[in-house]
Structures are given as structure tokens and as C-alpha cells.
Design a binder for this molecule. Structure first.
Ligand code: WTA
Length: 654
């Protein structure tokens, strides 16, 4: 930061400082010091104060089997009780919990009392099907009230849910069902997006027919789009039929704090996606604390996180955090560009949203849209209800930050640039809106209690101003517990031997400002791409490509992209001759669709280039750095003398 021309610093307003949960830098430092002086006390006090326990815990942190840490292990609670019953018991029964806006603009409001009744009915239905504590349930649903209800109902009966994003393919769904050994699948007939009805159940049927899904005993189908839908007798049941006649009262299953609330699959640098396993108590605590500290949530706020429930952001900031705080939140079915690119701004205006949380990709694409069509510029809408903005999923470039700040926030609203991961469960580095002076492009300082650092390959902290590897020094309550079914991979991925198994390896690079110590995330240091804030493993895409009958070899890299952050570029060697012209264009289409079918549309390479070979070292290793340069259209500066056939570089230039 300091070596850029002119760094602008944005201080929180006096009003923010006065009213926010974390007030001023003194307030922030006091919290950090409290954690520093008495780490367990810091988390333990908050766990007692912010969560309702059926049986209190006596031990805060158990490190005896590190890095398999346990938090609040002998305490018992129920996450759904904490999100619903306690709000109803505290007089919030008639408060609106969810404001659901459908793709076509229809609005449905659900109060806490009503949500509790819906969740209880479906939880009873699940119990009736034999779903019990510890069973895994895969949820393949679009953004919907039922999506939240299904997650909460699983939590209520102690089943561990695993959501598969509705944009994933049959193959991807099958893989996750098999890995999780799920007993039930909850899906819908289809989904509405951008004015179109898209089928979902046929994809679920295909997944189940691919083999390996024999554990599935029940399929529950939400009716959303209507029309024909295949219902397999004895296996499939409509959601509304399953809930019909069920009691609105359902005794929660009281579970240990460490009981797995969910598994969420995410991409790693090698192999198949990993099932990130989260706990109940520690996870919920930090979901709540992020709502309170980073978003300064108050009872009269209207909170809107635009993420899909298929990603971790949707878990923590739609299904759990806001509800556990008794907040009113928006759940949006549609897309930001339908019926036009002013949809987000119109919804903020209509629902008087006060806190808005979205991804840099969305902001960048809406900047473009507003440049092309002044009618959808945010300043054309009344956004005066907003008081706080958030960003998540990828680094936000200073220009996009500035536009967001000026045009959406009216120069009035702090932006919390929240750095975190599927594995961290909740915010780990982020400004506190009533404390931290903000610098565009920096996620600033660690969340109170989180001990983040930048180290070199040996795990030694590097001086500020020097880039390095982002790590977290102490375990925290909402951290990943293990990789489902693969504890060894968990250790290797996150607590590597290089750091003597003592430091959590985030997988990102970072640099701290020489003067302020602010963190700037410099991007992934492994083979994980971030496309529109979605994590994709290069290996996954390569495996999908080589599974195509025409493909002999493939290498995938990322290239910076103005809108999506990174774009996927694939270098492909075909089994037959290298195609050119129209033939090449046809194979490119074919391969893009193939990847879309194997993984999902989000994994389609934007750019595919054919070579007779890939650039390799003498030992046969693909020179990825060189491919990255080619992908960017840069001249190759690397030494290529070891290349067997340098003329392939010409072919791969694109
Ligand atoms: C990136 C999403 C910079 C990072 C919550 C991380 C960010 C990955 C930010 C996790 C941010 C997320 N600034 N980079 N504010 N937030 N990232 O698991 O590379 O989908 O490792 O979790 O996104 O992505 P995931």
C-alpha cells in the first residue's frame, strides 16, 4: 500500500464509532488484548453470553489431539433452537425473519414464529423418514425459503447437511452424495433464474442413476416451477406432502458442541473436492460474533447477503448468523441482472436494506452495466437506508471499492472487506465498521481473537512490507474440524509438517503494510482459482477435460479478468491432430460444454488453446508459470532452453 502513489484512508463516521459494537480503535485493541491475555476466557465468555446451552460446557479448548481441536466439547446445544426458539421465546415471534423475493419480484415474508413452525414440521417429517442424529442429508436446492428451512430442520434433528450448489452438475452431485454417504436428498423440481425456469430434479435423477448413491433412501422434492416432474414411487416425496399434517412442535436433538453441523465441499489444489466439516457450537458462536462485530447487527437492521446458500457465505450469513441474532434478512432467488442490472439497487430501495454484503465480481459487473445504461446506475435509486456495506470472496480492487463506496454507500457507509474461507467458518481478517480506518483493497486487521500472521516457508514471521504466506497461529472456535472421511488430508492440507504442524495454512499469500500492519491478500498460493468468487481447483478441471474422449492432455491456469477476478484458461493436447479455424472453434465449444456437464457451468474454461504438446521440463513437469504468462498474453521471459519443442509456444499463444 505505502508504495502506491496516494493511499486514501477512510475513517469511520463519529456516529458509527459511537454506536457500533466495537467502538473506536481503543475498543478494538481492548478486545484483542483481552484475547491475547486470556485466550480461552475470551472465547468462553462469549460462548456463554451469545449462545443458549442445554448443558453448559466446563472446558473451552481441548488441544490434546492437535490439530483436531475441540471447543466447548462437553457442552450441549441445538443450533436451530438458538436460531429460532430463543428468538420466539424472547418476544421476537412476530418479527419478520425472512423476506423472500422471488425471481419474478413476488415477495413473501416469514416471521420467526412461522419459520419455527415450518422448520419443526419438516424436522418431524425427516424424523418420520428415519433421519436421525449423525445422518448426512444432501441439499440440492435453489435460493428459497425451503432451502433455509431444510438446513435448519437438519440442524434440529442433529443430521449433518451438505449443500450442493444448484449450478453443479449431476456428476458433481453424485460425487458429493457418495463421499458423504447421505441417507436423504432434498431438491426441487426446478428453479427460476433470470426469467427462465430451469430444471433441477432431472439432474438429481441423473446423479442418483450414476451409481454410488445407494445410501439415499428418501428424496424430498420442493415444488417450485411446476409442470411435469418425475416422482419415483417409494423413494420420492413432495416437500409439501411430507410436511402435511406434521406437528408444529418438534423437540430439538441436543447435540455436543463438536457435533458436525455441516459438511461443505470445496476445491483444493489436488484431487477431488474436500468435505470441510464444521462443528455446531464453535461455528455458531463465530457466525454470531461476525454478525455483531463486523456487521454491527442491530435489531432494526435489514440485512442482505447476496450469496447462494450453496457456498459458505450463504451458510454463515443467511442460514445461521442472521437468524441466531434475531435479524430480518433478505433471501433472493434471482440474478442481479434481471429484469435489469438495477435489480440489487431496486431491492435495497424497496426493502430499505441497511446492511448489504456482496462480492467484488458482482460490483464489477454492475459497474460495467451502469456505464452502459445510466438508468441502472445506483445513484438513480434511493439507497439512503444503507448504513454498512460488505465485500467477500476475492480481493476487491481499489477502483471497485471506490465506486461501491461512492455510488452505493453514498460516501457514508463503511465497507467491511471481509477475508475468510470455507474452512474458517467466519470472518478472520476484516475492518470493524466503527473502529478501523479503511484503506481500499486491504482487508485491514484480524478479527478480535484471531491471530493471523505472514510467514516464510519455514514458518518464521516475515517483516511488514515483505510478502509471504498467510497463517493463523492459534485454533479458533469456527475452524474446520477435519476433512470428512480423510483426517490425514486435513493435517497435510492445513497443518503441514513445514510448519511443524503448528500453524494453520490458509492457502493465500499476504503482505502487511509497513506502517499500519494492515493485511492485503495477494491471492492463492496453491492451484486453486477464484472465478467470480467461486473456488475451482485446476486439477478438477484438468481431470474433467482429460475424461473427454478426444483429449490426451490438459493444463489449466488462471488469468486476471476485469470482471470475474480470474478467468479459466485451458491448454489442451488432443489425441488427433491439432485443430485450427472452424474445427478448433467447434472442439472448443464441445469441451466447454463437456466441462459444464462434468462439473457445472461455473467451471467452463473461458479460453481453450490447442498445442501438439505442452511445455515441459526435461523431467516431464508442465511449466505452469510459463503457461500463466502465455495465458495473460505476455511475452515469455522464462528460460525455455530446456523445452524440447519451443515451437509449441507459438501454438499456445492464443
Ligand atoms: C478468497 C469465501 C481477498 C481467498 C468466504 C480465500 C478473499 C478464498 C476475500 C476462500 C477477501 C475470500 N479478500 N480474498 N475479502 N475473501 N477471499 O472458501 O483466496 O469460497 O482463500 O470462502 O477466497 O473462498 P471460499
Amino acid at each position: 500500500m505505502s508504495n502506491e502513489q496516494q493511499v486514501r484512508i477512510y475513517n469511520p463516521s463519529e456516529e458509527m464509532v459511537k454506536n457500533a459494537a466495537v467502538s473506536g480503535m481503543d475498543g478494538y485493541r481492548a478486545l484483542c488484548k483481552e484475547a491475547e491475555d486470556d485466550y480461552e476466557g475470551f472465547w468462553g465468555r462469549r460462548a456463554k453470553e451469545l449462545l443458549d446451552w442445554k448443558e453448559p460446557f466446563t472446558q473451552v479448548l481441548d488441544e490434546s489431539n492437535a490439530p483436531f481441536f475441540k471447543w466447548f466439547a462437553d457442552g450441549k446445544l441445538n443450533v436451530s433452537y438458538n436460531c429460532l426458539d430463543r428468538n420466539v421465546n424472547n418476544g421476537l415471534g412476530d418479527k419478520v425473519a425472512l423476506i423472500f423475493e422471488a425471481d419474478n419480484g413476488d415477495v413473501t415474508k416469514v416471521t420467526y414464529k412461522d419459520l419455527l413452525a415450518r422448520v419443526s414440521k419438516f424436522a418431524n417429517a425427516l424424523r418420520g423418514m428415519g433421519v436421525k442424529k449423525g445422518d448426512r442429508v444432501v441439499i440440492y436446492l435453489p435460493m428459497s425459503i425451503e432451502g433455509v428451512v431444510a438446513m435448519q430442520a437438519c440442524a434440529r434433528v442433529g443430521a449433518t447437511h451438505s449443500i450442493v450448489f444448484g449450478g453443479f452438475s449431476a456428476q458433481a452431485l453424485r460425487d458429493r452424495i457418495e463421499d458423504a454417504g447421505a441417507v436423504a436428498l432434498i431438491t426441487s423440481d426446478g428453479q427460476h433464474r433470470g426469467g427462465k425456469a430451469l430444471p433441477l430434479k432431472p439432474i438429481a435423477d441423473e446423479a442418483l442413476s450414476l451409481g454410488g448413491c445407494d445410501t439415499i433412501k428418501n428424496v424430498v422434492v420442493v415444488k417450485r416451477t411446476g409442470g411435469d416432474c418425475n416422482i419415483v414411487a417409494g423413494r420420492d416425496v413432495w416437500f409439501h406432502d411430507a410436511c402435511e399434517g406434521q406437528s408444529e412442535v418438534c423437540e430439538p436433538e441436543w447435540v455436543e458442541a463438536e457435533h458436525p453441523l455441516f459438511i461443505l465441499y470445496t476445491s483444493g489444489s489436488t484431487g477431488k473436492p474436500k468435505g470441510v466439516q464444521h462443528s455446531s457450537g464453535g461455528y455458531l458462536l463465530q457466525a454470531v460474533l461476525s454478525m455483531k462485530y463486523s456487521f454491527d447487527i442491530k435489531l432494526d437492521d435489514i440485512f442482505w447477503c447476496t450469496a447462494d446458500i450453496g457456498w459458505v457465505t450463504g451458510h454463515t450469513f443467511i442460514s445461521y448468523g442472521p437468524l441466531a441474532c434475531g435479524a430480518t434478512e433478505i433471501v433472493f432467488e434471482g440474478v442481479p441482472t434481471y429484469p435489469d442490472a438495477g435489480r440489487f439497487w431496486k431491492m435495497i430501495q424497496d426493502h430499505k436494506v441497511t446492511i448489504f454484503y456482496t462480492a467484488p465480481t458482482a460490483i464489477r459487473s454492475l459497474i460495467k452495466a451502469a456505464d452502459n445504461n445510466p438508468a441502472v446506475h445506483p445513484t438513480k435509486y434511493d439507497l439512503s437506508s444503507l448504513r454498512l456495506l460488505g465485500s467477500v470472496g476475492e480481493p476487491i480492487n481499489p477502483a471497485a471499492w471506490q465506486w461501491y463506496y461512492d455510488n452505493v454507500g453514498g460516501g457514508r457507509c463503511p465497507i467491511v472487506d471481509t477475508f475468510w474461507q470455507t474452512e474458517t467458518g467466519a470472518h478472520v481478517i476484516t475492518p470493524m465498521p466503527g473502529a478501523t480506518p479503511m484503506v481500499p483493497g486491504s482487508c485491514t486487521l484480524p478479527f478480535p481473537g484471531i491471530q493471523a500472521a505472514v510467514v516464510d516457508e519455514t514458518g518464521t514471521e516475515v517483516p511488514w512490507g515483505q510478502g509471504g504466506i498467510l497463517v493463523i497461529k492459534r485454533p479458533w472456535p469456527s475452524m474446520i474440524r477435519t476433512i470428512w472421511g480423510d483426517p490425514e488430508r486435513f493435517k497435510k492440507s492445513y497443518y503441514p509438517e513445514d510448519f511443524k504442524g503448528k500453524l494453520y495454512l490458509a492457502g493465500d499469500g499476504a503482505i502487511r503494510d509497513v506502517e499500519t500492519g494492515y493485511f492485503t491478500i495477494t491471492g492463492r498460493i496453491d492451484d486453486v482459482l477464484n472465478v467470480s468468487g467461486h473456488r475451482m481447483g485446476t486439477m478438477e478441471i484438468e481431470s474433467a477435460l482429460v475424461a473427454h474422449e478426444k483429449v490426451a492432455e490438459a493444463a489449466v491456469v488462471g488469468r486476471p479478468d476485469d470482471v470475474t477476478g480470474e478467468a479459466i484458461v485451458a491448454f489442451v493436447v488432443l489425441k488427433g491432430p491439432r485443430p485450427t479455424g472452424d474445427e478448433a472453434a467447434a472442439v472448443i465449444k464441445e469441451l466447454q460444454n463437456w466441462v459444464g456437464h462434468e462439473i457445472g457451468p461455473i467451471a467452463k474454461p473461458k479460453d481453450i488453446r490447442f498445442g501438439e504438446n505442452l511445455p515441459k521440463t526435461r523431467s516431464g513437469k508442465i511449466m505452469r508459470r510459463l503457461l500463466r504468462q502465455l495465458a495473460k498474453g505476455e511475452d515469455v521471459t522464462q528460460d525455455t532452453s530446456t523445452l524440447e519443442n519451443p515451437h509449441i509456444l507459438e501454438q499456445l499463444k492464443g
